[in-house]
Design a protein around this ligand. Structure first.
Ligand code: PEP
Ligand code: MG
Length: 325
């Protein structure tokens, strides 16, 4: 079975009736990049850069970061590499950068909130990313955006990084795209406004589900309440995809839900054609896409959008998945 799936690595992810998906990989370490490429990933849809900052005694320098980003850009060839800026705080801590104890760390000082507050961190990282951008197709992704002002501030720091490189005479891709994670409900609700200020969206369902449902994604005691198929989540997804399409920018999904084959009809129904997932999920999801009828799946999605409970939606999608063999 594993060998059979491996044969699919060089096959396009197209449904039986011709709807095509781009399947990219999430990457949490350099080692995962090799697995991703072996499994035919169409680039890196989410490069979580936290590992570069972990298990060390000080922040990585611009040069150290540049070396890693360049390597990844080169290895990925012409396919896009979407590099997310540092997303610490919440559950992720750095030993050399102690954060104050918080009542609700997940609602606190994390992600872009930290790197806008300590903007030299963001500028150093963006400079390193820009320098790597001449070695492949590199894109920038900001995490945890919840307002237009935050996005504008992040883009101002990007501008400073570009000016710094200009003054140093260092080349970079002047057309580099910058997009945002849609993972805070506020961002989904103002996605039409955010779409005017950025080049693409990447929906982070892990945090979006947590915040929409007010259910801690790490809390075992309420794990059964963590429901990615909740109608409220589906509505957020629809609002976001509609806004992206209205503005003519691409939208992809990079949370765990992207690697859940039961969700394939939702992507077809919404009009999402790029998914980014763990490298280990790529071939399984591709296999399922190859066996799916997009026409039937779209109808299925419309039915799901009318259902009233996550259990009903999940059951319906599971049943449908079993019919597409
Ligand atoms: C997400 O929140 O869905 C996401 C992809 O980011 P992370 O899991 O790193 O928070
Ligand atoms: Mg997240």
């Amino acid at each position: 079975k594993k060998e059979q799936l491996q044969l699919l690595s060089s096959v396009d992810a197209v449904t039986k009736d011709g709807a095509k998906f781009r399947l990219a990989a999430n990457m949490n370490s350099l080692k995962e990049l090799d697995t991703a490429l072996q499994n035919g990933a169409d680039g890196v849809g989410l490069f979580r850069t936290e590992f570069l900052y972990m298990d060390r005694s000080a922040f990585p320098s611009e040069d150290e970061q540049y070396e890693v980003y360049r390597q990844v850009a080169e290895k990925t060839g012409g396919s896009p590499v979407v590099i997310r800026t540092l997303d610490i705080g919440g559950d992720k801590q750095l030993e050399y950068f102690p954060l104050a104890e918080e009542e609700n760390p997940v609602l606190g000082y994390r992600g872009i909130r930290i790197t806008l507050d300590q903007s030299e961190l963001l500028q150093t990282q963006l400079t390193a990313i820009l320098r790597a951008s001449t070695f492949g197709k590199v894109k920038i992704l900001y995490p945890m955006i919840s307002s237009v002002d935050e996005l504008k501030m992040a883009n101002e720091v990007l501008q400073l990084a570009k000016e710094d490189l200009d003054s140093r005479g260092v080349p970079y891709d002047a057309e580099i795209e910058a997009g945002i994670m849609i993972e805070v409900p506020a961002a989904a609700m103002i996605s039409d406004l955010l779409a005017e200020e950025c080049d693409f969206f990447s929906i982070g369902t892990n945090d979006l589900v947590q915040y929409v449902l007010a259910v801690d994604r790490m809390n075992e005691q309420i794990a059964q309440m963590y429901q990615p198929f909740h109608p409220a989540v589906l509505r957020m997804l629809r609002t976001t995809v509609d806004a992206a399409q209205g503005a003519g920018i691409p939208v992809s999904v990079c949370g765990e839900l992207a690697g859940d084959e039961r969700a394939i009809p939702l992507w077809l129904g919404l009009g999402v054609d790029q998914l980014s997932m763990s490298p280990l999920s790529l071939l399984r999801v591709k296999h399922r896409i190859l066996n799916t009828s997009a026409a039937e799946a779209r109808e299925e999605a419309q039915a799901c959008f009318r259902l009233r409970s996550s259990m009903d939606i999940e059951q319906r999608l599971s049943r449908f998945a079993a019919t597409q063999q």
